[in-house]
Design a protein around this ligand. Structure first.
Ligand code: GCW
Length: 678
């Protein structure tokens, strides 16, 4: 809410005189989303336009047809009760209607949360210097728009790059929740309506009575912003915490144990969003331990939360991490479909299967998970990762929205019909009621939230895409730049340029042609380590040897993964000639000397050249950023300069490590003589 520059202020239309808040029912535990919306409008307009507006809960002079200027904010129902009914049939849950006619502004939500989103939308327009009249209905693409935070109870965060947890410390929920309230506000401003506060590798002690009280305080803090709290569960909790002899999901004592815990949770948090479950994955316990199905496991929790309206997000990230590397037919990428396809139709209605965007694990490029096309009778959500686990932590600038868009806009060709991933996860395509988005965010106590100022464009884009995945990633980026750093054209152009170049550059200097990120997968997931991919049980294999590289995932000769796609795509990926080049090595095992259709270069020369090109681009980020000295406050300027310099250096480390590795393996010299002489 920084003051608008004079040039924009001059264009501002006459201001409303008063803010009228229609729903002011504050609960015992804090204010309501509409009250928050009114306050945001007041603070925002004061900050940006320098004008103090009063908030009124009743405006005696206001009549629906009067010319009295005002900003009305509330729910459709509250408005109708006061001023006569309004046809709002086009609004769905969480949606809003924003009308700006000169100095008369009406912001009505289908629910209170929608009203708050409408207020943020109006403020965003002002912040971007848009004072035009509008008559705008906005509905979310999907009901589930959640953040997942992989926070441990001891305060550490798995794959978090911004310091310790804002939620937990020493096994308990922290006392001071100021930062949590700020985060709630931040999430509401981008349309996020739910948050899983603890790690999917969950600690059973989250469910002690003391921690249930703590979760209650967290939920009370998020509630005014329309963000519902949910939790990750440890499947073995009945044994680990409850002292039962078993955690078999069909055992009566286990069912009773979960019913009792769920009841206690809902007593303290009546609007608990539900549970997130990682089962039988990477050493986590689950129903398979007792020869029960994953559906048995999911439905256990679904029944427990059903009376309270809760939902269960059940992760599809189930795979064997002790795979046999010598088995050329084995493929970790096959796991999700193998585990879930036959369970289609067996999950209860309040279960949502949460699917990572690709079949492996948040790599720099993956094809869309075939599971999206394989379980039409099951609710699904897509899992995206804002936290840059494989993408340079937050030490590299990588604007991820373009990567996400390759998946969301991807056509699965179910029954040879247009069937975009975004329409499957919204529930629209298979006509499912539930569905949506889970974003692994992992904010920490660092004042930048994510550890890097520019990384926040990813969180912004995540929320905005969950709301409307048809939006363009550059448009979202530019909105974020204006809202965050103001209206300077050089700032806008430069940050747009480096951000839009960042994911292609990162792909260039890490792993090309669908070979995966080539980072160290065994420990840090940071920095180059192509050797770590192979010769182990993790299944992120590249099968690189002296002459050849890539996973043969064909039906004809490989792991059969291509056959998991609907027939049109299966046929396309089966043949080298029709496989998109950027995924060549994902699907095929080829010679280093195989030539690419697009450029005629060999695979190995493409690697060499791409690594030089990617690192060269990263060098330019520093000089581009330096050109903004004086246009951005020195704190943020220096913070990013430091990171971009690191990235520039690290991209050279990446370039030389990866190129050197494949040169040593293949012995094939770089045509330009750069690789292998040192
Ligand atoms: O790839 C792995 C990550 C783990 C993570 C897991 C998952 C939370 O390295 O840190 O565990 O994915 O998504 O469950």
């Amino acid at each position: 809410y920084a003051p608008l520059p004079d040039s924009l202020l001059a264009q501002a239309s006459p201001l409303p005189a008063v803010i009228v808040a229609l729903n002011t029912t504050s609960s015992a535990t804090g204010s309501s989303p509409v009250a928050i919306a009114a306050k945001e409008l007041q603070v925002g307009i004061k900050g940006m336009l320098g004008r103090q507006l009063n908030i009124s809960t009743e405006s005696p002079i206001f009549r629906i047809n009067s010319t009295q200027s005002s900003i009305i904010v509330g729910t459709i129902a509250a408005y109708s009760a006061k001023y006569g009914s309004l046809n709002a049939s086009s609004l769905i849950k969480d949606g809003f209607w924003l009308s700006v006619k000169g100095s008369r502004v009406t912001i009505l939500g289908q629910n209170e949360r929608g009203a708050l989103y409408g207020a943020f939308d109006y403020l965003s327009r002002i912040a971007q210097g848009d004072f035009s009249d509008v008559d705008h209905v906005s509905n979310p693409s999907a009901p589930i728009r959640w953040a997942n935070e992989w926070n441990n109870l001891d305060g550490s965060i798995e794959r978090g790059y911004a310091g310790p947890s804002i939620f937990f410390s020493n096994g308990l929920i922290v006392k001071n929740l100021t930062r949590v309230s700020q985060y709630a506000r931040l999430l509401a401003s981008i349309g996020i309506n739910g948050i899983i506060v603890n790690n999917v590798n969950a600690n059973a002690s989250l469910l002690t009575d003391e921690n249930i009280q703590g979760l209650g305080r967290l939920a009370d803090t998020f509630r005014p912003y329309g963000v519902q709290v949910g939790i990750s569960l440890n499947f073995a909790s009945p044994q680990l915490l409850g002292g039962l002899a078993t955690f078999d999901p069909l055992d009566a004592s286990v069912i009773a144990w979960w019913a009792d815990k769920t009841k206690r949770l809902y007593q303290r948090v009546p609007d608990l969003a539900g549970y997130l479950v990682k089962a039988n994955s990477e050493g986590q316990p689950g129903p398979l331990t007792y020869n029960r199905t994953l559906a048995d496991g999911a439905n256990l929790f679904a029944r427990a939360v059903q009376p309270y309206g809760g939902i269960v997000m059940f992760r599809a990230f189930v795979y064997n991490h002790h795979a046999d590397w010598n088995d050329w037919k084995f493929d970790r990428a096959n796991a999700a479909v193998e585990f879930f396809k036959d369970l289609d139709g067996l999950f209860l209605d309040n279960v949502v299967v949460q699917i990572k965007y690709g079949p492996i694990d948040f790599q720099v490029r993956e094809p869309a998970s075939p599971l999206f096309a394989n379980i039409p009778k099951t609710n699904v959500a897509i899992e995206l990762q804002v936290s840059q686990e494989y993408l340079g932590h937050q030490d590299h600038l990588v604007y991820i929205a373009p990567l996400w868009k390759t998946i969301l806009d991807f056509d699965m060709r179910v029954e040879s019909k247009p069937s975009l991933v975004r329409d499957i996860v919204s529930g629209q395509y298979f006509n499912r009621k539930l569905g949506g988005y889970a974003g692994v965010v992992n904010v920490g106590t660092n004042t930048t939230w994510l550890g890097s100022h520019l990384a926040m464009s990813n969180l912004y884009a995540y929320g905005k895409l969950a709301w409307d995945p048809t939006q363009d990633s550059q448009t979202l980026l530019q909105e974020w730049i204006r809202l965050t750093l103001g209206h300077d054209q050089a700032v806008l152009q430069t940050i747009t340029k480096i951000s839009m170049e960042s994911w292609p550059a990162y792909e260039n200097y890490t792993g090309n042609l669908g070979i995966q990120t080539l980072t160290d997968i065994l420990y840090t997931h940071f920095g180059p380590n192509p050797a770590s991919q192979d010769n182990n049980g993790w299944g992120q294999w590249t099968r690189a040897d002296g002459k050849t590289i890539g996973m043969d995932r064909t039906v004809g000769n490989g792991t059969g993964f291509t056959g998991q796609y609907p027939s049109e795509l299966a046929a396309k990926y089966e043949e080298i000639e029709t496989t998109p080049e950027e995924l060549l090595l994902w699907f095929h095992h080829v010679n280093y000397t195989t030539r690419l259709r697009s450029t005629g270069k060999t695979v190995i020369q493409h690697f060499y050249d791409a690594h030089y090109a990617g690192a060269a681009t990263a060098q330019t980020f520093v000089s581009e950023w330096e050109s903004l000295r004086g246009q951005i406050d020195s704190e943020r300027f220096e913070h990013m300069l430091f990171r971009l310099k690191f990235q520039a250096g690290h991209s050279i480390v990446w370039r030389d490590a990866v190129n050197g590795f494949y040169y040593n393996l293949s012995g094939i010299p770089d045509e330009l003589g750069r690789v292998g002489n040192h």
